[in-house]
Design a binder for this molecule. Sequence first.
Ligand code: NAP
Length: 275
Amino acid sequence: MLRVLIIGGIGDAVELAAKVANIPGIEAISSLAGRTREPATPVGNVRIGGFGGVAGLVTYLREMQIDILIDATHPFANQISENAAAATQEVGIPRLMVIRPAWEKLKDDYWLEVENNLAAAAVLANQANRVFLTIGRQEIATFAHLQEIWFLMRMIDPPNADVVVPPGLILCDRGPFSLENEQEILLKYNIDTIVSKNSGGSATYPKIIAARKLGIKVVMVNRPPVPPGEQVADVESAVQWLRGCLKSIRINRDPPNPPYKGGLNSSKSPLERGI
Ligand code: NAP
């Protein structure tokens, strides 16, 4: 039995866990950061919360006798990806990154590409009045000094009480979003600029199509670098990679892994289960 840790937090990781559940000989544990109040929960075993940096992840990998780590986190979650790279190297187990391709700028797109949210805020200062801010809730304070701009801020959960919020309206909603929905929002709120991370994938792409159709400017935040290592572009390729591992990896473990006893339906908390 190969024990796989899927580090997730996005839909691709949920889809991967569902597919891996059907592969005999592989047992998966999905890990969520615990940021979202009602996360989309993967099937099978789930643990929630940070590991405690690289050292904590190394301990976890050893204690849980993880054979393979799959990093299926969001392209902007670079801290956990760096930690996963360092920890798997220290423990000496394989790691695969599932990285969906970034969106490409098309002919009729009007994009201003920037390196981070700070740079996005600097760009807005001179050329936007009504902004659709779709970067999630963690970094909205970066835009709070822009008091002359009205923001429509979309996020899954509202920001914490201590966060300084830019002027405007908070819209709590979760993708996928339809093109119709996105066009309606842009028109209803008279938006002249969208701020978006280049997340890739189809769930949040309709706002980019809507901007193209309506001639609205997009301040596109480019992705942070990923750590070196093996990567695939989609869930199906990750499944194939795992099947290959199952065939080729000889596990010299005596005694073999005991079956995992935790999971969402366990009456014990992740802490009590020691995961
Ligand atoms: P991050 O900056 O890369 O990670 C910060 C810390 O959060 C990590 O050092 C780790 O804590 C913990 N962490 C992150 N993902 C984890 C996971 N799946 N399981 C256990 N611990 C995790 O991450 P982030 O950008 O805050 O994103 C948090 C989560 O939201 C990720 O799972 C990501 O896939 C998801 N997400 C992020 C974005 C985004 O735009 N950043 C968008 C959609 C979804 P320790 O050091 O204590 O281990």
